[in-house]
Design a protein around this ligand. Structure first.
Ligand code: GLY
Length: 375
C-alpha cells in the first residue's frame, strides 16, 4: 500500500474503551474512514477507572520507559482535552495535583523508596511530614506519618471523557458497530454478522486483545480492580480538592474527587482471570483504608461499587505498534490507560499515516516482547 493510499485508509478499531475511542477519533480527524467495533463502547475498565493522570505517583524503579511514556502523554493532555472539548465535550480535568500519604512507618519507608528513585531519575517530589499534608487537605486524619507532594500529577473525569470521545468520534464520522469481533486478519474483521473489509485493523480491546491475534498470546492478561463511588452528603465534609493517594499497611489507595461531589475510591488489584464480580472483601478493604485516611467518608453515601479489568503486559509497558501487515495493536496499558490515551492515539495515527512510532512510544513496540521471548 502506498503512503498516499494510507492517508485515506479504511480503519477498523476493535474495542471501545478509552484507547479505542481515542484512536478512532484521532484517526478520523486525520482523514481516515473509521469503523469501531464494540457491543458496548465507553464501558469496561475505562468506565470503572479512577481517572488519574499520574506518571510520577505510578513510577517505580525499573519502569523508566513507563514513566517517560506517561510524562510524554501527560504533556499532550491539555491540548487533547481542548480539542476534545471543541469536537465533543469537556472531559473535565482536575489540575489541583496529587498528594501521597503514608499510614504507618512501613508505608513511609515505601514512599521514601519512591522519593529516592524519583530523585535518582531527576524528578523532584517533595517528601513532607503528615501534618504538612493536612495543611493541603484538612480532612485527612492526623495519624499520617509522611507524604509526598506531586503537583504535576493530574486527573480527569473518566466518564465525561468517554462520553466526550464517543461524541467527538461521531461528529468526525466514526461508524460505531455494536457487535463483538470474533477474529481478525490482515484487511478483515469477522463479527457475528459477517466479514468487514478494511486496510488496517487496530486491536484495542484491552484485556481481551490477547485472544485476537496469535502474536499476542500470553502477552496480555486481565488484572482485576474494584472501585467505590462515594457521594458527599449535605452534612458531611466535602471531598478532598485534589487526588489523595495513600499507602495503608502496604496497600495502595486513592481518592479521586469529581466536580459533582463524588469521590472515586480505588482500587484493589489482583489476578482473577476475567471475573468482574465486585467481591465483598474488596469493598471492605477499600472502605476501611479510605476511612482511616479521610475519616469523613464514613458519612458519605455509598453510591456505587464496580469492578473492571485492566489489561496488563508482561513488563507494565503497553504494547503499541504494528503486529503484522495491516494489523496494529494498542493495549496492555496496565494502570495507565487514561493517562496514555493521547500518546497512544498519536502513535497509532502515525502508523496509519505510514510513519514510525514517535517519541517515547518507540519503547512500547511489541517487537520488544517477542525478542525477549525468543532469547
Ligand atoms: N490507574 C489506577 C488503577 O488502575 O487502579
Amino acid at each position: 500500500m502506498t503512503t498516499e493510499s494510507r492517508k485515506q485508509a479504511r480503519v477498523a478499531v476493535v474495542g471501545g474503551g478509552v484507547i479505542g475511542l481515542a484512536v478512532a477519533w484521532r484517526a478520523a480527524v486525520a482523514g481516515h474512514a473509521v469503523t469501531l467495533f464494540d457491543p458496548e463502547p465507553a464501558a469496561g475498565a475505562s468506565w470503572v477507572a479512577g481517572g488519574m493522570l499520574a506518571p510520577v505517583a505510578e513510577a517505580w524503579p525499573g519502569e523508566e520507559a513507563v514513566l517517560e511514556l506517561g510524562e510524554e502523554s501527560l504533556a499532550q493532555w491539555p491540548q487533547f482535552a481542548d480539542e476534545l472539548t471543541t469536537d465533543g465535550a469537556d472531559p473535565v480535568m482536575n489540575t489541583a495535583g496529587t498528594i501521597i500519604a503514608a499510614w504507618d512507618p512501613g508505608d513511609a519507608a515505601q514512599l521514601e523508596v519512591l522519593a529516592d528513585y524519583l530523585r535518582r531519575v531527576g524528578r523532584g517530589a517533595e517528601l513532607v511530614h503528615g501534618h504538612e499534608l493536612r495543611k493541603r487537605v484538612p480532612g485527612l486524619t492526623s495519624r499520617l506519618r509522611a507524604g509526598l507532594v506531586v503537583p504535576g500529577d493530574l486527573a480527569v473525569d473518566n466518564r465525561r471523557l468517554l462520553k466526550a470521545l464517543l461524541l467527538a468520534g461521531e461528529r468526525r464520522g466514526v461508524d460505531y458497530r455494536r457487535e463483538w469481533v470474533e477474529a481478525v486478519g490482515p484487511g478483515t474483521v469477522r463479527t457475528e454478522s459477517g466479514e468487514f473489509d478494511c486496510d488496517e485493523v487496530v486491536l484495542a480491546a484491552g484485556a481481551r486483545t490477547g485472544a485476537l491475534h496469535d502474536e499476542l498470546r500470553g502477552l496480555v492478561r486481565p488484572l482485576k480492580g474494584e472501585i467505590l463511588r462515594l457521594r458527599a452528603r449535605r452534612t458531611s465534609l466535602p471531598p478532598p480538592p485534589m487526588t489523595v493517594r495513600a499507602v495503608v499497611e502496604n496497600r495502595p489507595l486513592y481518592l479521586v474527587p469529581r466536580s459533582d461531589g463524588e469521590v472515586v475510591v480505588g482500587a484493589t488489584q489482583y489476578e482473577a482471570g476475567f471475573d468482574e464480580t465486585v467481591a465483598a472483601g474488596g469493598v471492605r478493604e477499600l472502605l476501611d483504608a479510605a476511612e482511616r485516611v479521610y475519616p469523613s467518608v464514613a458519612e458519605y453515601e455509598l453510591a456505587e461499587t464496580a469492578a473492571g479489568l485492566r489489561s496488563a503486559s508482561t513488563d507494565n509497558l503497553p504494547l503499541i505498534g504494528r503486529l503484522s501487515d495491516g494489523v496494529i495493536v494498542a493495549t496492555g496499558h496496565y494502570r495507565n490507560g487514561l493517562l496514555h490515551a493521547p500518546v497512544t492515539a498519536r502513535a497509532v495515527v502515525a502508523l496509519l499515516d505510514g510513519g514510525e512510532l514517535p517519541g517515547a512510544a518507540r519503547a512500547a513496540d511489541p517487537a520488544r516482547v517477542e525478542k525477549e521471548a525468543s532469547v
